[in-house]
Design a protein around this ligand. Structure first.
Ligand code: PEP
Ligand code: MN
Length: 264
């Protein structure tokens, strides 16, 4: 690999660069888009705390078919409303190639989730369109498999790929949902030019562990963070236990700023 690449993402107000040279980009928001009030409130709160992107699922890859599957198309309209209200960029997941065009009308970055990391027909399709792609690491994917999945997108013509570590399966799930592999940060630096995002929310599965892992990711040199934030985590339709309240997220953002301040 040569020079580190910069993924430049146009959002309503700014073009946000993801790269080793640029400031750390923060993506925050609920696991699922639940209703208009909660997504607008979350957008405004995370924006006030300094996030650049709002995340939120319209199409959710749930383990159980009986669990909340996301509101689909109507949630895309709510994301468009939140984008207009806040000026934040939007990151949301595409699970099915059939939904791709509709999602790309609203999203500034398309997320390919851990469970679809090796959905090669999906990778080829997101590679053949213009929006940047956030490629999450499969929960049991090696780094080489992950990089080859990214290669599918690049080979199809889309150079704008961001890699997101979201925790992997190891032998102990008693305390944490996944094992957040922060060692990928220096490893990926040696293997690829692509920008790196760390998701300590899915990486740990518990809100109380998220701030420490977010700070560790910054110390290790991440380019971006993804943090789940919900106005009322106890009532969330998905991933409540790992979601920060807007207040807790704001404290984390203050702490991040002082860490970055100390490092420079
Ligand atoms: C998500 O971001 O809400 C999600 C489902 O993530 P992952 O694909 O990493 O499990
Ligand atoms: Mn989630």
């Amino acid at each position: 690999h040569g020079e580190p690449s910069e993924v430049m993402v146009p959002t309503p107000n700014d073009v946000i660069p993801f790269s080793e040279q640029a400031p750390i980009v923060v993506v925050a928001g609920p696991c699922s888009v639940e209703n208009e009030a909660m997504i607008i409130e979350t957008a405004q709160r995370v924006k006030a705390s300094g996030a650049q992107f709002l995340r939120g699922g319209a199409y959710k890859p749930r383990t159980s078919p009986y669990a909340f599957q996301g509101h689909g198309e109507s949630a895309l309209e709510l994301l468009a409303a939140a984008r207009a209200a806040s000026g934040l960029g939007i990151i949301t997941e595409v699970m099915d190639t059939a939904d791709l065009d509709r999602i790309a009308e609203v999203a500034d970055v398309l997320q390919v989730g851990a469970r679809n990391m090796q959905n090669f027909s999906l990778l080829k399709k997101v590679g053949a369109q213009d929006k940047p792609v956030l490629l999450k690491r499969g929960m049991s994917a090696t780094i080489d498999e992950w990089l080859m999945a990214a290669e599918y997108i690049l080979a199809a013509g889309n150079p704008n790929v961001i890699l997101c570590e979201r925790g992997i399966r190891t032998f102990d799930r008693q305390y944490a949902r996944n094992t957040l592999d922060l060692a990928v940060i220096p490893v990926l630096r040696s293997l690829t030019h692509l920008p790196i995002m760390i998701d300590p929310s899915h990486g740990t599965g518990k809100a109380e562990y998220v701030p420490a892992m977010a700070m560790a990711a910054i110390a290790a040199g991440t380019d971006a963070l993804m943090i789940e934030v919900h106005p009322n985590p106890a009532k969330a339709l998905s991933d409540g236990p790992q979601s920060l309240t807007p207040e807790r997220f704001d404290r984390l953002m203050q702490a991040e700023l002082s860490l970055i301040g100390q490092a420079t």
